[in-house]
Structure formats: C-alpha cells, structure tokens
Design a protein around this ligand. Structure first.
Ligand SMILES: C[S@@+](CC[C@H](N)C(=O)[O-])C[C@H]1O[C@@H](n2cnc3c(N)ncnc32)[C@H](O)[C@@H]1O
Length: 504
C-alpha cells in the first residue's frame, strides 16, 4: 500500500492502522483509520469529490474492517449458508457498506483495475449480508442484484481475485433463491450455470479450498454433471478429513449422502446432520413451496385414512378414545397437527431433526403439546422412561430413512394394545411419474434414488412391519405431491399392533 498523496499525519495513521489490522488488533486499527479520515477532514458526503487513491484506501480499510468485525473472517463464512444479519448488527453493516461505497466513489479514473476489483469485491461481499428485511425486499431484486453486478465487475477487472469469484457464486446462489420464489425458472437456470462457471474459476485458483469443492460438487450434482460432482465431493471429503467443526460435519454428511447417490449405492438412512441442515435451510419456505407449488397432500390423505380407521376402532370398542395420545414422527412445521386434532388426538407430541422446522411449528401454533428436536425414535423415551402412544404417524418422513426396521420396532414397542401406525412411502418408478427414470428397486427392498430420497417396495414395508409385530390393515396408492410438474406416486400404510385377543 502507498499513501503518498495524503498529508503525512494521515499517512502515518493509515500505516499504523494497517499494521494493527494485520496483527489482528481490530479495535486499534479501526481507531487509527478513523483518525486518519478525521485528520483529512473528509466526510462520506464529499468522498465522490475527493477522487484520491489514498482516501479511497482509508474508506476501504475502515469499511472492510467493520464488515470483518460483524461477520468474521473468510474462513467462518464458509460455514455460513444464511449470511444475513439482523437488528443492531444490520444497522452497523449498513454503515460499513456506506464506507465501502465511499471507497468506490473516491477512486480516481487513474486507479488500477486491481485496486478497483479489490474495492468492488469487498463491497459486493458485504452486501451478501444485507439484513433480512432488506433480504425480503430482495424479492424486488434490489440488494442482491446489485451485489451480483458489483461482484461480476470485480471478477472481470481482476480474474485472478479468488474471493471475487467465490463470493460471486454465493451471491448468485442467493439471488437464484429469490428468482425461484418468483417462479422464474429460466432465470434460475441461467444463474445456476453462471454460479458453476464462477465456482470453476475460483476452484482453479484454489484447488483445495473446501468451501469451493463442496459448493461446486453440489452445484454440479444438481445440474446432472455426475462425474465432476463425484470428483469435487470426493476431493472435499479428503480436504476436510479430521475437521470436526459443526458446519464442516454437516457438509461432510451431505457430501457422503450425495456421493452414495452418485455411486448408485443404497445406504440405511440419510445422515441426520444432512437432514437437519437440509430442512433448517428449507423451513422458512417449506409450507409455501411444498403445499403451494408442489401440491403436497400427504397430511390430508393420511388423515382421511385415519378417519375410517377411527370409525372401525369405535365400532369395535364403543365409547373408547382411539387416538388419545399421538406421536408425529418427523413432524416438520406441523402440517399434520390440525388434522390430527380434528381426529380427536388429546395429547400430541412431535419430533424432528430440524430445529428450524420445529420453530415454525411453534410459531404457527399447530396444536402440539410437546416438540422434541432429535431423531424420530427419541420421542419414545422421556427422561429415560418408555412412553406409550395410541397412534404414531410419519408423513413424508420415511423418504429419508431406508431401513425401516429400527423405526418400526421402536414404534411397535411404544404402541398401546389397540395402537395404530400410519405413514407414507414413495413408490418405485412407474411410467409418467416424476421418478420414471430411476432404475429398478429390488423386489422386497428399498433404494436410495437419484433425488437423494428413498423408495420402498410395498412388500418390503409389509414384511418389515410384520417382523416388528405390526399388521397391515390398509394400503392405499396415492399421489403424494408433484415434482417438475409430474406426480410423485406413493403409498399410505395403515398398520395395527398385533395384540393377542384383539382383532388385527
Ligand atoms: C418432507 S418433511 C415432512 C414434514 C411433515 N411430516 C409434513 O408432512 O409436513 C420431512 C421431515 O422429516 C424430518 N426427518 C427426516 N428424517 C428424520 C429422522 N430420522 N428423525 C427425525 N426427523 C426426521 C425432516 O427434518 C423433515 O422435517
């Protein structure tokens, strides 16, 4: 860095600030940068009139430092899927962004492309953390669209700037989500392709960067570029061996799940950390997307089957309360809650791996007495004590569980003598269905499909249930929801506990 054009005092302050910054003393650095600016008497409002490389440098370093204080170092950002800041931090971020804008405005026309790219990269990256409220205003396109444009500019000014490519890929991913919510599928496709190009450029510059390998691997997988996805995700696993940070463990779980899919292997279950991460990221738009866009109907279809089962149980035992205590496995945002209450459930417990899905269930007050964050079998133990239920349901949950034996065994053991189990599974491929291109599911078995979800044969479900002391009372073929405009065919299974002396 050179600081020849500004007054000697400002220059000395700037140099001292940069030194403290390098040593990690952010507080001292911030004070020194601020003093340098004050000593020049330059305010934000006249930044554009100053047109001086060194003034731009002070604004840049001060702005970048403030962003660093708020969002941490580049390493932390790798773990950050949801980079938005809220409340007081959001206000401070707005000030930091304003400083970076001043840096941009005060760069003279003689400034080098590298200097311009550096400032643009910092500004575009800071804008990724725009507050959530602004994030929603992003639906109008503003903040993220600008971040994308500024980061594109940084990449074209200095194609060797790794951080510009990497952060452009992050901005494109977030902007893609906005477009997806607006239903603009062509825009989403174009943004995804550009994202892959940006990640490839970043990966060429830093071939072993874990965040880059993971993002590129997942983006290639989504696009159907299987070989490149296999390579990148495999390299990601090697690059992160022994890293036990929470964010990395989640990503490793996701990578190992998708590596199994890409290799055509069927695992026993999707890794819990992967499922939790997937649904934490989906929770906020789950109801709108699944029920609205994908016409998800499983809760109401299961409830209709349970209504007729209830009539049967009441005919067998008039005056009884067949579904008094119910467990909803993988309850998510609680869509099953209201129909279960309508069926006469008096005590309703839900369990889910995703804390964010449960937060939505709580916020929307969907009628749960108890919500547990954990694996589905955790609901059957309360403080070390086994709990009993009259009804156990699992709507669209066993698509994340291949081997159903542990879940059905624990369910059976927790059921009262007249207990009922009701759940859905995705059916093996058939012509015209969303999964028609999937390979065969082994007879009497299950398979991990290209979608990353499991499909079960009806005979597998039946024999596994029987091995757990559950008798199939009814199976119904249904359309669970849509995918890519095509129906996802599935089955509803209604089972009863096999208890001596009771009808099955
Ligand atoms: C597609 S959502 C369905 C949510 C809800 N049942 C509904 O019908 O709206 C699947 C849910 O199952 C949860 N899940 C998947 N595997 C699980 C497991 N092993 N233990 C607990 N929850 C699980 C996910 O976190 C997710 O919330």
């Amino acid at each position: 860095m050179t600081a020849h054009a500004i007054a000697p005092t400002a220059n000395a302050l700037l140099q001292a600030g940069a030194k403290a910054h390098k040593l990690g003393d952010l507080r001292a650095a911030e004070e020194l940068y601020q003093q340098a600016l004050d000593s020049l008497g330059v305010s934000s409002s006249d930044a554009a009139k100053e047109k001086d490389t060194d003034v731009a440098e002070i604004f840049h370093l001060l702005g970048a430092l403030r962003v660093q204080k708020l969002v941490g170092s580049a390493k932390d950002e790798e773990d950050d899927e949801e980079p938005f800041l809220q409340g007081k931090a959001a206000a401070s971020l707005a000030e930091a962004i304003a400083l970076l804008r001043c840096a941009r405005a005060s760069l003279p026309s003689t400034a080098s492309d590298t200097a311009r790219a550096r400032v643009a990269s910092s500004l575009g990256t800071a804008m990724l953390h725009a507050p959530k409220e602004q994030g929603l205003a992003r639906a109008k396109g503003s903040a993220l669209e600008e971040a994308v444009a500024i980061l594109r500019e940084a990449c074209s000014l200095d194609p060797q700037r790794w951080s510009a490519w990497y952060n452009l890929s992050r901005a494109l991913a977030l902007f893609g989500l906005v477009k997806e919510r607006q239903g603009l599928t062509d825009d989403v496709r174009a943004l995804n392709e550009e994202r892959i190009r940006a990640l490839r450029s970043a990966q060429r510059l830093r071939p072993k960067h874990a965040g880059c390998l993971y993002r590129l691997g997942m983006a290639c997988r989504e696009k159907g570029e299987g070989d490149e996805a296999l390579q990148m995700l495999g390299d990601f696993m090697t690059a992160t061996e022994g890293d036990s940070s929470a964010g990395c463990l989640r990503r490793r779980a996701g990578a190992s799940h998708w590596l199994a899919v890409l290799r055509g292997e069927t695992t026993a279950t999707a890794p819990p950390e992967y499922v939790a991460g997937l649904f934490d990221g989906y929770a906020e738009r789950f109801d709108d997307h699944l029920v609205g866009a994908l016409e998800y109907r499983t809760p109401e279809l299961l409830a209709a089957e349970l209504k007729s089962m209830k009539d049967t149980l009441l005919a067998e035992s008039p005056g009884s309360r067949p579904f008094a205590r119910c467990a909803d496995l993988g309850c998510g945002t609680g869509l099953m809650g209201p129909p279960l209450r309508e069926l006469g459930v008096e005590h309703l417990a839900g369990v889910d791996l995703s804390a964010k899905m449960l937060e939505v269930a709580k916020e929307k007050d969907r009628g749960y007495d108890k919500l547990v964050c954990g694996d589905l079998v955790d609901i059957f133990q309360e403080e070390g004590q086994a709990t009993e239920f009259d009804l156990v349901v699992a709507a669209d949950v066993f698509v994340y569980v291949g081997d159903l034996l542990p879940a059905l065994l624990a369910t059976s053991q927790s059921l009262t003598p007249r207990g009922v189990v009701a759940f859905s599974t995705e059916a093996p491929p058939r012509s015209g269905s969303a999964n028609e291109k999937e390979g065969r599911v082994p007879e009497g078995g299950y398979k991990l499909a290209e979608t990353g979800r499991y499909m079960h044969t009806a005979s597998y479900v039946r024999s596994t249930a029987e091995a757990c002391g559950l008798h199939l009372s009814k199976r119904a073929n249904v359309v669970l929801r849509k995918n890519g405009g095509k129906p996802v065919h599935g089955q509803l299974h209604i089972l009863r506990k096999v208890s001596e002396g009771l009808p099955s």
